[in-house]
Design a protein around this ligand. Structure first.
Ligand code: DWN
Length: 402
């Protein structure tokens, strides 16, 4: 399959095997067939974007039972409140209009709404749109594409800002999204989006950032090249510490001068071979090593008679559990705060997901930390577990137990 973003040829560098849909938590003993895909990553020779080799069924992934809530992390909630304040502070027109693609439960737009600014959230997950609306956010359960964009512009006028967090990388039809952006954005408007950064994935070996929902892994180079195909310039980049390393990209219609940060990040990507096949193949080899190391650690814990549970049934954990062949025999339970995931089993691997025990006495000896991207928030919250001798197994940036 040619590159979905630019049409050029691609080369495969990673095969993570047969994988389920990462957020398709199963009702126990559900007799229906589970959906599987072959999870392989390729790099494009033209625009250099990393993407999945095989198509993913977007309607099965994002729907009225989508279980992920942006507000499930306190740190992310404050990150988006701060982001909204910054976006609002940058608005110059007398009656600005802000669009968010993938607005989820309205965590970011709630602040925009509270400032009395015209806005619209667009998200295919109707359950999350309902939650956003309950927070007084104007949101609609729709897919963002050229048709939706034209309708939004007709109804509200051009957008001063189109924002998307952890969404652009989820949409295989990136050309459709860009056509929509061309339609809806005001001439002097900006597109601001943040997504997991390829450079961080390679640096940390965070292979679990690759799963069905993360169709693309962007870099400054690939975003600049893809944007240029649609009459946009990458005018700014900002490295973010959230979600295991992301970059916030700002695009404007051609004509604006990029900040020095753009050239600097592209130069770093060139220097470190971010898109070069040997570098990507070395990353893939490291992933295979990590699988054996993680399985060894879990088996050691089991042989030593120590109980282990998963901490957070993240979407990312689907890649780890299924690629490393970890099932209920090695990991009997995963705890998670999301009510919709509790009482279900993890996709593919069939491990029960439960609410965290109320009593610390019922905690395991060791947690396998799937939400490693929220480690600071979690370790601070679980101080007492650590004080009582509890240990963490991590697999990013390396497999270790401490
Ligand atoms: O891109 C995406 C990111 C932003 O969010 C989506 N494709 C889906 C989702 O990915 P994820 O599930 O890997 O995200 P998180 O934020 O790493 O994990 C969220 C899960 O972790 C939720 O199920 C809640 C759970 N959790 C928990 O049980 N205790 C999270 C925290 C912070 C906690 O303390």
């Amino acid at each position: 399959m040619p590159c979905r973003a630019c049409g050029d040829a691609v080369t495969q560098f990673l095969d993570l095997g047969r994988q389920p849909l990462s957020d398709a938590f199963r009702i126990p003993d559900d007799p229906s067939d589970e959906f599987w895909l072959h999870l392989r990553a390729v790099v494009c020779h033209g625009c250099h974007v990393v993407q999945l080799a095989d198509p993913v069924p977007v309607e099965r992934m994002f729907h009225e039972e989508y279980p992920f809530r942006t507000s499930s992390s306190r740190r992310m909630a404050s990150h988006f409140a701060a982001t909204a304040e910054r976006l609002v502070a940058g608005l110059e027109s007398p009656d600005p209009f802000v669009v968010e693609i993938g607005s989820n439960d309205g965590t970011m737009l709630a602040t925009v709404a509270a400032r009395g600014i015209r806005h619209l959230g667009i998200d295919p997950a109707a359950n999350m749109v309902d939650e956003a609306v309950a927070r007084r956010v104007n949101a609609r359960a729709e897919w963002f594409d050229a048709t939706t964009a034209a309708r939004v512009r007709d109804e509200f006028g051009p957008a001063d800002v189109v924002y998307a967090a952890n969404t652009m990388c989820h949409i295989p039809d990136l050309r459709g999204v860009f056509t929509g952006l061309e339609t809806v954005l005001a001439d002097d408007g900006v597109v601001v989006f943040e997504d997991p950064y390829l450079g961080d994935v390679l640096r940390l070996g965070s292979f679990d950032q690759i799963y069905d929902e993360h169709f693309y892994l962007f870099s400054a180079t690939s975003v600049a090249r893809i944007a240029a195909l649609h009459g946009f310039t990458l005018v700014d980049v900002e490295h973010l510490g959230v979600h295991g390393g992301e970059v916030r990209y700002t695009l404007a219609r051609d004509g604006r001068t990029p900040t020095p940060a753009v050239g600097a990040l592209i130069a770093t990507e060139d220097r470190t071979g971010t898109h070069d096949l040997p570098r990507l193949q070395a990353f893939a080899a490291g992933v295979a090593d990590r699988r054996e190391q993680l399985r060894d650690v879990l088996m050691d814990e089991q042989q030593a008679g120590r109980s282990v549970a998963g901490y957070a049934a993240t979407a990312k954990s689907a890649t780890v559990l299924n690629y490393c062949d970890i099932g209920p025999g090695l990991l009997p339970v995963v705890y998670d705060t999301t009510p919709e995931k509790q009482g279900r089993t993890t996709p593919g691997s069939g491990i029960p997901v439960e609410a965290f025990p109320q009593d610390l006495a019922d905690y395991p000896d060791t947690f396998l930390l799937f939400a490693w991207n929220h480690a600071d928030e979690i370790v601070a919250k679980e101080q007492e577990f650590v004080e009582r001798g509890g240990r963490w197994i991590r697999y990013v940036p390396e497999v270790r137990i401490d």
